[in-house]
Ligand binder design. Sequence first.
Ligand code: G3P
Ligand code: CA
Length: 272
Amino acid sequence: MTAAHRTSTARPVVVAHRGASADRPEHTLHAYEQALDDGAEGVECDVRLTADHHLVCVHDRRVDRTSNGTGRVSTLELARLEELDWASWKTPDGDAESPDADPERGRLLTLRRLLDTLCETRREVVTLIETKHPTRHGDDVEKTLVQVLRSFDLDDGDRPGRPHVRVMSFSSRALQRVHRLSPEVPLVHLVADRLPAKPIDGSLPAGVGTVGLDVRLVRRRPHVVQRFLDRGNDVFVWTVDDPEDVDLCLRLGVGAVITNRPAMAVDRVRAT
Ligand code: G3P
Ligand code: CA
């Protein structure tokens, strides 16, 4: 998966962003199962720490947008989060399956449950775990993450038939903490498109082999991709939901496209 390991003709890995989240409620097991059925070779998830120190797959600081509850993830305990419905916000009225028919439908996804599911596939699913880290937790997010990865034997290199985990963050400090705690875990430094004037010279924090670029930045400054590739780094691009952007990523030789629409991206990549 590193640039050094790919040839120039290698196709990018399609990574489902929060699962197949255009079609299914993000960060639910259904969204991830759909993504794998759609042919995605990778999945992305965001992790946050609950008040009682469990890692759960939730993007927002608050639960309000994606559940029927209210409040901040960091101030709620796992048991309370497990009581909430994480699917109905996405499901049109009258279209919902009965929760009795499928108890998994609206269930909170913990990182452990996601990793259990991915391990059961016995496939080398590229698993991108993005740490969202309120400062109130200090380095507890990274410490807990490394403990979880260690308990699944996913912290010391890629193995056949096992998920291939990469930890991602916008924060180089967070990545350095992970690197200190577990030097074998590959890291991805995320770069947003918020600072268009900032020079990007292709350098990455120590221990980081891959950059994750905002697709809007790649559209405006495609030469930035080559800068990282020239330095021997790999490049992932998010969030690639338009077929034209998949084509752009193919032309630029990126290692992964991270998309809410894995079925579309898989079709586009396979058509090349
Ligand atoms: O894959 C990287 C991307 O997920 C970063 O942005 O806000 O969707 O977590 P966000
Ligand atoms: Ca994310």
